[in-house]
Design a protein around this ligand. Structure first.
Ligand SMILES: Cc1cc2nc3c(=O)[nH]c(=O)nc-3n(C[C@H](O)[C@H](O)[C@H](O)COP(=O)(O)OP(=O)(O)OC[C@H]3O[C@@H](n4cnc5c(N)ncnc54)[C@H](O)[C@@H]3O)c2cc1C
Length: 431
């Protein structure tokens, strides 16, 4: 039997039908479009069965599938190794064209290269698009063509370019929906994919309380940030819509979205940062890497309330307020002299918004090893941070109910740890 000629749109970090460039382009194809998602075993096999991020992906796909069902179509969901899945798809369909949005992580770049090779031998035409960011790869560079490694000049150039485009184009896909392949593919349950429902949930984002964002965003007890991060991570919302909104309403908020792109381009240009110090002259630091201290940090039992509240918030909800992330990260690297890679890996396991570029970028910032990082001699005092940003102790009491009953012994004395950190960094930085 002759195979059906189709185009395929491959969903990855862009789990929405609205304002999705790759999908918009796919739906202009002369062939009906199969919307595909692959649960990649190369990623899933290393995760616990209860992983709130997998549950969120499943929930987001289910929403897309319901929208597609209304127009007589459905998502094709596959589970397996991506290359194997594509080999299987090639035998089932005559795949004329494949569309996807680019992903800039080293693992994804390698995966996509392998898939593209396979598709090329199959004579499928491949189209890939920029969707996850406003500016990608080499679009924002210095006059000499080299990447920026300092945020402020990067941001200035970003804004200069953005102001020429403003507002950035948003893609209206709904008028093209009749070009989806008519189908009734079975939609698997979370259990069929090998996972269970999680007690931790991704919160919806909000743009309603950004009025005083610049004044309130540093105070963890004030719920004044957007909670956009997991939505941007999985693409359940479009960055173009968010940036257009931010440009109209709040410059500080726009700056945060630019930080996200800054770290994405750092990862793209310097993929070594995933495991190695951006500044290699910091390679000589003698970390203590004490396992007992690390356990106390992970479980939120360091005796420093700001640190412990943050770690408990992370463990219970998969989220931690940005100010507190900075405090706990600095504490791990400087007070405990544990290398940033340990903390980065723990965050990667727990954060709902875990994103390789932002996580590595911010951890290296806190450790002092990154580009445009906090200087090594700046050691946050967790108690001063508490007084400044949670003066009434509202945040810490929320996460440490036993706080008023007399709180535990600090794992290290602050003054000793500060001096030790400065001396260790100084001795370890290669001249
Ligand atoms: C040690 C450490 C690790 C981090 N790991 C991650 C991570 O894995 N994933 C992640 O998305 N963010 C990470 N961040 C950045 C930041 O903490 C979160 O993006 C933010 O707290 C998410 O909450 P929000 O969406 O309410 O933020 P808002 O304050 O509402 O900010 C809006 C958006 O701007 C972006 N943004 C804000 N701050 C930063 C930043 N410093 N770097 C990059 N993007 C930023 C995010 O996309 C965020 O959703 C980390 C920060 C630190 C200090």
């Amino acid at each position: 039997m002759a195979k059906t000629a189709v185009s395929v749109f491959w969903f990855r970090r862009d789990l929405r039908l609205e304002d999705n460039i790759g999908l918009y382009q796919a739906l202009q194809s002369e062939f009906p479009v199969i919307p595909l998602f692959i649960f990649d075993e190369a990623i899933l096999d290393s995760l616990p069965k209860d992983d709130a991020r997998v549950a969120f992906i499943h929930e987001s796909l289910s929403k897309i599938n319901s929208q597609l069902n209304e127009i007589g179509s459905s998502l094709l969901i596959k589970k397996g190794k991506t290359l194997g899945v594509w080999q299987e798809l090639i035998t089932e369909f005559d795949i004329k064209e494949v569309f996807f949005n680019k992903d800039y992580e080293p693992f994804a770049i390698n995966r996509d290269e392998a898939i593209c090779q396979l598709l090329e031998t199959n004579k499928s035409i491949i189209y890939s698009f920029k969707d996850q960011v406003i500016f990608e790869e080499k679009e924002i560079t210095k006059a000499d063509g080299l990447p920026y490694t300092v945020y402020t000049p990067y941001k200035n150039k970003w804004l200069e370019k953005f102001n020429q485009l403003k507002p950035v184009w948003e893609y209206e896909t709904s008028e093209l929906f009749s070009n989806f392949y008519k189908s009734d593919f079975a939609f698997p349950s979370l259990e069929q994919i090998g996972f269970v429902k999680s007690s931790i949930k991704v919160k919806p984002f909000t743009l309603n309380n950004l009025e005083n964002y610049q004044e309130t965003r540093d105070f963890p007890a004030v719920d004044s940030t957007s909670y956009l991060s997991p939505h941007l991570r999985f693409g359940t919302v479009s960055i173009r819509k968010m940036v257009n909104f931010a440009a109209k309403t709040n410059d500080t908020f726009l700056s945060e979205l630019i930080w996200r792109e800054f770290f994405m381009q750092i990862l793209f240009h310097f993929p070594k940062v995933v495991t190695q110090n951006f500044k290699s002259d910091y390679d000589g630091i003698q970390w203590r890497n004490n396992e007992e201290d690390f356990k106390r940090w992970c479980s939120g039992n360091t005796g420093y309330p700001m640190v412990d509240a943050g770690m408990r918030q992370l463990n219970e909800t998969g989220y931690m307020h940005n100010r507190v992330r900075m405090v706990v990260a600095s504490f791990l690297c400087k007070h405990l002299l544990i290398q940033w890679q340990w903390g980065e890996a723990y965050f990667a396991e727990k954060l709902l918004d875990y994103d390789l570029s932002a996580n590595v970028g911010n951890w290296q910032w806190a450790a002092g090893t990154g580009c445009d990082a906090a200087p090594y001699f700046r050691v946050f005092n967790p108690d001063i941070q508490l007084k400044k940003f949670d003066e009434k102790g509202i945040y810490i009491r929320k996460w440490i109910p036993e706080f008023d009953l007399g709180y535990g012994q600090p794992v290290v004395d602050h003054a000793m740890a500060r001096d030790r950190a400065v001396a260790t960094y100084k001795a370890g930085i290669l001249k």
